[in-house]
Design a protein around this ligand. Structure first.
Ligand code: AMP
Length: 119
């Protein structure tokens, strides 16, 4: 499926890259929600977390490893950070290509904008 992220992967839309290998690309979010806001994506098309298969799990593990590496390189490993995946409409997922937001560089706000309830 063609999305803004597939165009970033193929290079037809520019991005400020932080990390790249054969399987994974990381680049700065165009609308940063924190002083450090990097998106980490698989180059393989996976629409959302709902579409991750058991075969994809090594790739997901590698994304965590890449997140750890980027956090260290950008100086937020010790101060702390969030790694967030939005999946589906209620999460606000806007781009249907699996991605993880790496956020840090300041005290981050509440985890969600809504009041939570387990009722
Ligand atoms: P989500 O709401 O989880 O789907 O997040 C999508 C993210 O992609 C948003 O934070 C956008 O700011 C970001 N985004 C959209 N287009 C671009 C782009 N061309 N370069 C970098 N980030 C982008």
């Amino acid at each position: 499926m063609e999305t803004v992220f597939s165009k970033i992967i193929e290079g037809t839309i520019p991005s400020k890259k932080v990390f790249e290998n054969e399987r994974i690309l990381a680049f700065y979010d165009i609308e940063p929600a924190a002083p450090v806001h990097v998106l980490i994506i698989p180059k393989k098309f996976i629409a959302s977390m709902n579409d991750v298969t058991p075969e994809d799990l090594p790739l997901i593990a590698e994304i965590h490893s890449v997140a750890q590496q980027i956090a260290a390189e950008l100086g937020i490993a010790d101060s702390g950070y969030r790694l967030i995946n939005n999946c589906g409409p209620d999460s606000g997922q806007a781009v249907p290509h699996l991605h993880y937001h790496l956020l840090g560089g300041a005290k981050l706000g509440a985890l969600t904008g809504n009041s939570a309830s387990h009722a």
